[in-house]
Design a protein around this ligand. Structure first.
Ligand code: SF4
Length: 230
């Protein structure tokens, strides 16, 4: 089988428990969630669709990872929605290189593949994560576009492990504008519930991904495009 690869690039992880660590990103094409602030619209929205999406086998991707990043850098498979694909061949090929493999997903289908780290980002207004993916999550990233997103997101997490790390991330357009309503809601939520942690997309401050010529530099709207309905 071949995977539709929207983009791939070497950078560092800008979010979550593995913040700041060297990471190779594989961004697969396709997502049915249509989030109202998607910052990866090129992976699914017709108006930002690239001219071509590269089809690559697990072995071809593993060779690219080996050629384009040093040993020790882990691999993040993201999207779009990577959980739609059977990742078993890919995780097998990457493990054969000695690379650890992480996934970032909204959890809407069964996980296929031997993942070393699962970051779950539920979309409460769309399809909810499957209970089996919630139970497997190592960390959760709730995107907060409005203060009510915090409670809505937490409601999707029945069965979450007690040792899973729970992040609240301001949606990027809100973070960039320093939206006090969203940022203060996160602060108050963390103070009320010490399970929660306040997060941020640090790689966007650094513009770290842009340094790799393979990353997508098109000006796809960050924070959605209200004129297009998302
Ligand atoms: S934010 Fe993620 S889950 Fe939502 S539409 Fe974009 S790629 Fe899909």
């Amino acid at each position: 089988m071949k995977y539709p690869v929207y983009e791939r690039f070497y950078t560092w992880q800008g979010e979550g428990v593995h913040l700041g660590r060297a990471a190779y990103f594989i961004r697969l094409y396709g997502c049915p969630q249509a989030c109202p602030w998607c910052d990866s619209a090129g992976t699914w929205h017709r108006d930002y669709r690239p001219e071509g999406v590269t089809l690559m086998s697990a072995e071809e991707l593993a060779q690219a990872v080996r050629a384009e990043s040093p040993d020790g850098a882990f691999v993040v498979v993201t999207g779009g929605e990577p959980i739609l694909f059977d990742l078993a061949p890919l995780t097998g090929a990457l493990h054969a290189l000695g690379r650890r493999v992480h996934i970032e997903t909204s959890g809407i289908a069964p996980l296929r593949g031997d993942l070393d780290w699962v970051t779950l980002s539920p979309k409460p207004f769309g399809q909810w994560p499957l209970p089996e993916v919630v139970a497997r999550a190592d960390e959760v990233k709730l995107i907060v576009h409005e203060p009510g997103d915090i409670r809505a997101g937490l409601e999707t997490l029945e069965g979450l492990r007690k040792d899973a790390v729970l992040w609240l991330h301001p949606e990027w357009s809100k973070a960039r504008e320093r939206d006090a309503g969203v940022l203060n809601a996160i602060t108050e939520a963390v103070k009320d519930d010490p399970r929660l942690r306040a997060g941020y997309q640090m790689h966007k401050l650094y513009r770290a991904d842009d340094l790799d010529v393979r990353s997508d530099k098109r000006l796809i709207p960050l924070g959605g495009n209200p004129g297009l309905g998302y």
